[in-house]
Design a protein around this ligand. Structure first.
Ligand code: IPM
Ligand code: MG
Length: 359
């Protein structure tokens, strides 16, 4: 039976990079006879302009009946001044929450061809292969109460709530232990248990879950130290599990170790492995429309989608190999450019990956 894939290009560079990823998906769909049906929807600023809300009901309905979703990026300065609840980012948070996509996998892997594009010394990052498992539907991003209120003295105060229930911690911990047991068997849980009660409980629950995974070696680290260790000696990590906000921050830092945030794909999964796939980077309004954005994170997100939600590991591998081939050939979008390589734009990079796929 045909499986539906929903494509949400979004805003900024989203449509440009998704156009390239879509060609790659269409190619492997026919080459590997995957029987996927692609459909399109609106999310973020594009949805606000067309429908007045960042997550239209029609998009959510399509999302619920799809086996997987490919997303570009959302947001941009033209929507910065509208009401907080109607901003593009809200649409992204709403769809993550409505589909219960609690498990966010963000692999940071250094392609050996890009060692000199990293801001760290090549010996610190050579062979780097980290997986950040970020909790995506809880924590301070969603905690209530939240808002901006006026105090008795007339001053305004902004407030948010950081909370995690045991079941929320347990399900993300299990996902991370499963991932670690399939990799090198090392899991580092990142928290701020020296200050925040919510993460005291986090540490306790992760510790408890670890009893079910005797083959995985668990360690704990405070988030400030983890940020330092990531740029000091990143290869000490294999799998990192952490909450929503810490994961947001650490995954951007980890991304840069690999040469460019333009290389990092991600998967956001529900309990049944249904998922939304998106590059870790944002909508980059400063370079939107110029045809210079790196489409590889989105193309690699298609590979993750084929592997995790569409049971097509061969097609996933073919895409990852094709990306490696174009990097071997020296093609670089501006974010990756170093002297001696061949500078290309979004479309040329996409076409090159397409040409490197089995025909
Ligand atoms: C990410 C992004 C989002 C987040 C924004 C766009 C809401 O930074 O996916 O990392 O903070 O989760
Ligand atoms: Mg982020």
């Amino acid at each position: 039976m045909s499986k539906q894939v929903l494509i949400l290009p979004g805003d900024g560079i989203g449509p440009e990079i998704v156009a390239e990823a879509r060609k790659v998906l269409e190619h492997v769909n026919s080459h590997f006879k995957l029987d996927l049906t692609l459909c399109d929807g609106l999310l973020g600023g594009a949805a606000i302009d067309a429908e007045g809300v960042p997550l239209p009901a029609a998009t959510l309905a399509l999302a619920k009946e799809s086996a997987a979703i490919l997303l570009g990026a959302v947001g941009g300065p033209q929507w910065d001044n509208i009401e907080r609840d109607l901003r593009p980012e809200k649409g992204l948070l709403q769809i993550r929450s409505a589909l219960e996509l609690f498990g966010n996998l963000r692999p940071a892997m250094l392609y050996p061809q890009l060692a000199d594009a990293s801001s760290l010394k090549p010996e610190l990052v050579a062979g780097l292969d980290i997986l950040i498992v970020r909790e995506l539907t809880g924590g301070i991003y969603f905690g209530e109460p939240r808002g901006i209120r006026t105090l008795e003295n007339g001053e305004r105060e902004g407030f948010n709530t950081y909370k995690y229930s045991e079941s929320e911690i347990e399900r993300i911990a299990r996902l991370a232990f499963e991932a670690a047991s399939k990799r090198s068997g090392r899991l580092c849980s990142v928290d701020k248990a020296n200050v925040l009660e919510a993460t005291v409980l986090w540490r306790e629950v992760v510790e408890r879950v670890s009893a079910d995974y005797p083959d995985v070696e668990l360690s704990h680290m405070y988030v400030d130290n983890a940020a330092m260790q990531l740029v000091k000696a990143p290869k000490q990590f294999d799998v990192i599990v952490t909450g929503n906000m810490f994961g947001d921050i650490l995954s951007d830092a980890a991304a840069m170790l690999t040469g460019s945030i333009g290389m990092l794909p991600s998967a956001s999964l529900d309990r049944d492995g249904r998922g939304m796939y998106e590059p870790c980077h944002g909508s980059a309004p400063d370079i939107a429309g110029q045809g210079i954005a790196n489409p590889l994170a989105t193309i690699l997100s298609v590979a993750m989608m084929l592997r995790y939600s569409l049971a097509a590991p061969e097609a996933a591998q073919a895409i990852e190999d094709a990306v490696s081939t174009v990097l071997d050939a020296g093609l670089r979008t501006p974010d990756l450019y170093t002297e001696g390589s061949q500078r290309v734009g979004t479309r040329e990079m996409g076409e090159a990956v397409l040409a490197a796929l089995p025909q």
